[in-house]
Design a protein around this ligand. Sequence first.
Ligand SMILES: NC(=O)c1ccc[n+]([C@@H]2O[C@H](COP(=O)([O-])OP(=O)(O)OC[C@H]3O[C@@H](n4cnc5c(N)ncnc54)[C@H](OP(=O)(O)O)[C@@H]3O)[C@@H](O)[C@H]2O)c1
Length: 269
Amino acid sequence: MKTVLITGASAGFGKLVAEKLLAKGYTVYAAARRVERMQDLEAKGAHVMHMDVTDNESVKAGVGRVLEEQQRIDVLFNNAGYGSYGTIEDIPLEEIQRQYDVNVFGMGRLIQAVLPQMRQQRSGTIINTSSVVGQISTAVVGWYASTKHAVEAFSDALRMEVKPLGIDVVIIEPGAVKTEFDEVAFGTLDSLDLAEDYKPLVSGFRKYTGGMYAKCPGPEGTANAVIKAIEAKNPKTRYATTMDAKLLPRVKRLLTDKLFDKVVLSQMK
Ligand SMILES: NC(=O)c1ccc[n+]([C@@H]2O[C@H](COP(=O)([O-])OP(=O)(O)OC[C@H]3O[C@@H](n4cnc5c(N)ncnc54)[C@H](OP(=O)(O)O)[C@@H]3O)[C@@H](O)[C@H]2O)c1
């Protein structure tokens, strides 16, 4: 059975994918900072490890342990990440840098750590979790969207670089999904000292996005798409896993930029 390393396995997509793979008999390495939140996975047979994807040594040690114990790695589910909602002007630069360190450089650290082994094997699948906002960007999610645009860009390049070496690169694009993501993202927004000028926009954003998260799907469909990508002989390059993730980029392509802006802003009134 394949050996799979999952980052961000203490909650949301990562945890559900870990559960599903364990039930199918895969060898699962579940990584996150909150190891206490993965005790249930350990009881089901997962190898649980502490990993902070912003820490080079922590990433090297985690991947090193997988290779020492299994001598191979078949799948990296590069999933750890979070969003910080807020206007471009108001999110402090330190927070933006932290977001890049997790969402962009964190993924890069894992990719660089697993590739020597996957190249040697001449096989492997790297699954990077992007977002619908890797394809579009809207007010109040701009910095987060920019990290996911970066994920899309490096994934496209990596796919071309490693395909001849037998390694697949897959991008997962969920839209709004009920995990712990929205609590974290709104948590940043709540902590910001917003300039007065943005308050009406942000209040409209809260109503619109809060409403969306109140009725959005759970992680099941996205987790199933990840499993599908892992088990496919020839996986798709992108899996848009929710209705909004399938539709919004198409709508954007049909409209001019100015019309798209108007449509989005009309929802945030
Ligand atoms: N839910 C959505 O609406 C949605 C939509 C599009 C894309 N996404 C993306 O999907 C991915 C998973 O999010 P989710 O929805 O499952 O959210 P979640 O329930 O909040 O889970 C996020 C996971 O990331 C881990 N993580 C965060 N910072 C980390 C760090 N520095 N080092 C290691 N692990 C870290 C967390 O673990 P610890 O805190 O224990 O380390 C947690 O396991 C993210 O990349 C997110 O951007 C989510």
